[in-house]
Design a protein around this ligand. Structure first.
Ligand SMILES: *Cc1c(COP(=O)(O)O)cnc(C)c1O
Ligand SMILES: [Zn+2]
Length: 367
């Protein structure tokens, strides 16, 4: 077994795990295998306290994973009262949930015999790629928008990766990275194009299920920019359902920033594809994605898409900090949405997806 096979949704061509190809027919690939599930809870006891406890659903070679892991996974799940629980995803090796998926991208880079990796990001995926590449001794080149939080850029540089600051929006950054990938022979460690990433983010769903004693809450609220957490978690739900480990699927609610909401606009109008919307800057930099490459896939996967305003995000982040959770702005969107739903979603779990120290915000005034 070499690892998960990818398939092109346009022409059906399959790609072995060791094949570094990153797109086919101009579109992102999908995973060829049907969604898998962990072993039942009783058998999980005694396994490592990392995402590797779900090895059956990851499907990558153990020896490569062992050399690349930084101990990602098993983040705290805590009640925040009023039917809301938070999953503290910033308690990850590089302080965001991206570690769950990036470890697998680096495993694939090793399997493919890469000598260098390239990634583009709004910050956190780039940070994770830089750290995991450093862990296995691979050089990394990271492309980020020049507006990215300086602390995220410092984190990338600290791991020894080279940084390219790209003027303009997130799309310009992706274009610059793709140009560099096409011009050389680097492995493209893309959390957007490579569906192997979703095998990693699926572990978020498995953990919530395991931490709640073998069940999922009524509603999972998730942030959506490129949809890597949404697509991983919906895969986890499908795997748990297929294995008979949950009786029904929870409601999946995705949250966008109102200032940049191509998927929410599509969802409201019933469009199967993201709408071209006027977007304005948002403090939720981690989900400021105007043209998500997997937009149609995300729209098909979720039950509802809502938006939060800048004011709601700011209020949400201070509310969280006042309860002991210091998160970056992007990581407050799900909390803000769940608070604004006035309990309509029943029992919810929201991720705190990135650390406050990533941006280092201070309260506007002493409260
Ligand atoms: C990447 C990221 C998100 C959004 O994830 P997508 O996969 O782009 O939908 C949310 N919060 C934080 C902190 C992130 O780094
Ligand atoms: Zn194809």
């Amino acid at each position: 077994m070499t690892g998960p096979v990818r398939v092109c949704p346009e022409c059906g061509r399959q790609f072995e795990f060791t094949d570094p190809a990153w797109r086919c027919c101009g579109v992102p690939m999908r995973l060829a295998e049907p969604p898998a599930a962990p072993v039942p809870p009783a058998e999980l006891a005694g396994r490592p306290l990392t995402t590797w406890r779900y090895a059956e659903a990851l499907g990558v070679p153990a020896e490569l994973w062992r050399s690349a892991t930084l101990g990602e996974g098993i983040t705290p799940l805590l009640s925040a009262g009023d039917d809301i629980s938070v999953k503290v995803e910033y308690a990850a090796p590089t302080l965001s949930f991206k570690d769950r998926g990036v470890v697998l991208l680096i495993v694939q880079a090793l399997a493919a015999g890469a000598s260098k990796v390239i990634a583009d990001s709004s910050g956190n995926a780039g940070t994770a790629v830089a750290a995991y590449a450093a862990r296995v001794g691979l050089p990394a080149e990271i492309f980020v928008p020049d507006s990215t939080s300086p602390k995220k850029i410092a984190q990338v540089r600290a791991h020894g990766a080279s940084v390219n600051l790209v003027p303009g929006n997130r799309e310009a950054t992706a274009a610059a990275a793709i140009e560099a990938v096409e011009a050389g022979d680097s492995f493209y460690a893309s959390h957007v194009y490579n569906p192997v990433f979703h095998l990693g983010t699926a572990t978020y769903g498995f953990e919530v299920w395991e931490q709640l004693g073998g069940r999922l809450p009524e509603t999972l609220v998730l942030p959506v920019g490129n949809g890597t957490l949404v697509l991983g978690v919906t895969r986890a739900v499908a795997g748990l359902l297929a294995a008979g480990l949950i009786p029904t699927a929870p409601r999946i609610v995705a949250v966008q920033a109102a200032n940049c909401a191509p998927l929410a606009a599509a969802w409201r109008t019933g469009s199967a594809k993201p709408l071209a919307v006027e977007s304005s800057p948002t403090i939720a930099e981690g989900i400021a994605i105007a043209a998500p490459a997997r937009g149609a896939e995300i729209l098909a996967a979720v039950d509802e898409i809502v938006t939060v305003t800048e004011e709601q995000v700011l209020a949400g982040r201070s509310e969280l900090a006042r309860r002991g959770w210091y998160v970056e702005d992007t990581a407050a969107v799900c909390w803000a949405a769940a608070r604004a739903s006035y309990g309509a979603w029943g029992e919810v779990v929201v991720p705190l997806s990135g650390a406050g120290l990533k941006t280092g915000w201070t309260p506007a005034s002493p409260a």
